[in-house]
Ligand binder design. Structure first.
Ligand code: SF4
Length: 475
């Protein structure tokens, strides 16, 4: 990823494991790529709910003593990104709220497209919101007497919200997972062998945004939570139901998860992320061939597509950029000046790989273009003879309303310039973006099951709130 400013999140939940807080710490650690600004864990021992949340990486927020002080057999956790204005502790999830049925913890990944409208409505009736996140809306829905008394409970409230949401809820004795009817964000369930609690020795359940978190805690992948499904886990076992009507369930899985966000060792939406990225790179080599001496990626997110490009084109794969792994992803810095400073700190060029060479550089996406422009300059300074930039997704021209916070439309380079103008701006010899058809050829579900609105402008769920800025934070 070149220079995205993002909101994104990772979820992890576990049921029936005696070391639930420690396992959740490990699960969140595996999901760190989905959110590096804050982390939180809420744990229950069946009687008492305890939580710890903080700003920073998972390893910065939690220390050994914290986990030792969080006994319990069930837990949920959350890692989060956000923009600077919302960098405050009250927004850190899971949110823990005392409502008419007791304490409930909520963790959310996605973005609700009618949150502002619902919030305005409830504030007009006197509700007081504690955070600036869209996620809090679900809590106010649950708390309302006309909803809280219903047998379908959470499922009933989910019918009132629109947009992208993978949710984890936890009460003292129950874990609930739900996914929106489009299944925008990934959410999987797995099983774990555990000494157990509550007389169900031998099997625990794990729910996570990506399968890499299941691997991290030694859980076995069972299946994806389906779009429109709600799964409840408690002492009576696991129960599943659909809260959405069959005609409302229209999968629109986020293709950008495959292009950039998810970890290559995860399986999402039925496909290996690694295999999809290989296929994207191979297709890119067919659509935009180049006469070159070497192929390399902008690490790390372009790595796998570069392998695919090299395999298909027969051009030698090498390492042209070295990334300093002690610097966070460039887009976590909101101010332009800081972001550019971080780019300098983050990448260096291997001169012997690029000097006097015709270079194909594979990048997963291009947002503003300012970061790659700088990278092209340092490649030239290191003696690159030609630079052929290949992007493993189409030009991003539209905002995302479902949880990825691209910059404003005006800042998206592909929205303002033609491909030739972008090439000129970047200072490269040639530029090729993958086509939408090429993008969708890399995945196995029918193409109608994927969201590609940031490339095509075809939004699967129309935003109810103002299209430009919600004035609320998504996760
Ligand atoms: S608009 Fe783009 S980033 Fe947003 S959900 Fe759709 S594919 Fe993903």
């Amino acid at each position: 990823m070149e220079d995205l400013v993002g909101h994104h999140c990772g979820l992890f939940g576990i049921y029936n494991a005696p070391d639930a807080a420690a396992k959740t710490f490990l699960g969140l650690f595996a999901l760190q790529h989905r959110g590096q600004e804050s982390a939180g864990v809420v744990v229950s021992d069946g009687k008492k709910i305890r939580s710890k949340k903080g700003m920073g990486l998972v390893t910065e927020v939690f220390h050994e003593r914290d986990l030792a002080e969080m006994p319990g057999h069930m837990a949920i956790g959350h890692v989060r990104y956000s923009t600077t204005g919302s960098s405050r502790l009250t927004n850190v999830q899971p949110l823990v709220i005392d409502y008419s049925h007791g304490l409930i913890a909520v963790a959310h990944n996605g973005n609700l497209v009618n949150a502002r409208t619902l919030r305005d409505e409830y504030e007009a009736y006197g509700s007081i919101f504690q955070t600036s996140t869209d996620s809090e809306v679900i809590v106010h829905l649950l708390a309302r007497p006309e909803h809280s008394g219903r047998k379908e409970g959470i499922g009933h409230c989910l019918k009132l919200i629109k947009g992208a949401y993978s949710f984890l809820f936890m009460t003292r004795d129950r874990l609930v997972a739900a996914r929106d009817p489009q299944g925008f964000r990934p959410l999987v369930i797995g099983r774990i062998v555990t000494p157990g609690q509550l007389g169900t020795i031998g099997e625990g359940y794990v729910i996570a945004s990506e399968t890499c978190a299941l691997d991290q805690v030694g859980a076995r992948f069972d299946r994806e939570i389906e779009p429109g499904e709600i799964v409840t886990i408690d002492a009576d076992g696991v129960r599943s139901s659909k809260f959405a009507k069959p005609e409302e369930i229209k999968p629109a899985h986020c293709m950008f998860e495959h292009v950039y966000f998810a970890r290559p060792d995860s399986r999402i939406f039925g496909d290996s992320v690694h295999d999809v990225r290989i296929a994207l790179g191979e297709r890119l080599a067919v659509e935009h061939p180049a006469k070159a001496d070497v192929v390399f990626s902008v690490p790390d997110s372009g790595n796998v597509a570069a392998i695919g490009f090299s395999r298909k084109s027969g051009i030698t794969l090498d390492t042209g950029f070295i990334r300093n792994h002690y610097v966070g992803r460039s887009f976590i810095k909101p101010a332009q000046i800081e972001r550019e400073t971080v780019v300098d700190m983050k990448f260096n060029v291997v001169r012997s790989v690029v000097e006097g060479k015709r270079c194909v550089v594979v990048e997963d996406s291009l947002v503003r273009g300012t970061t790659f422009r700088k990278q092209a300059r340092i490649l030239r300074q290191a003696g690159a003879k030609e630079i052929h930039l290949r992007i493993s997704c189409p030009p991003i021209r539209n905002p995302c309303y479902y949880g990825i916070d691209f910059p404003d439309r005006v800042q998206l380079i592909a929205n303002n310039k033609s491909v030739e103008e972008i090439r000129d701006f970047l200072g490269v010899d040639s530029l090729g973006f993958l086509s939408v058809e090429g993008l969708l050829s890399a995945v196995t579900q029918p193409t109608k099951n994927y969201c590609n609105a940031c490339w095509t402008g075809k939004y699967p769920v129309a935003p109810v709130d103002s299209m430009d800025k919600y004035g609320m934070e998504s996760v």
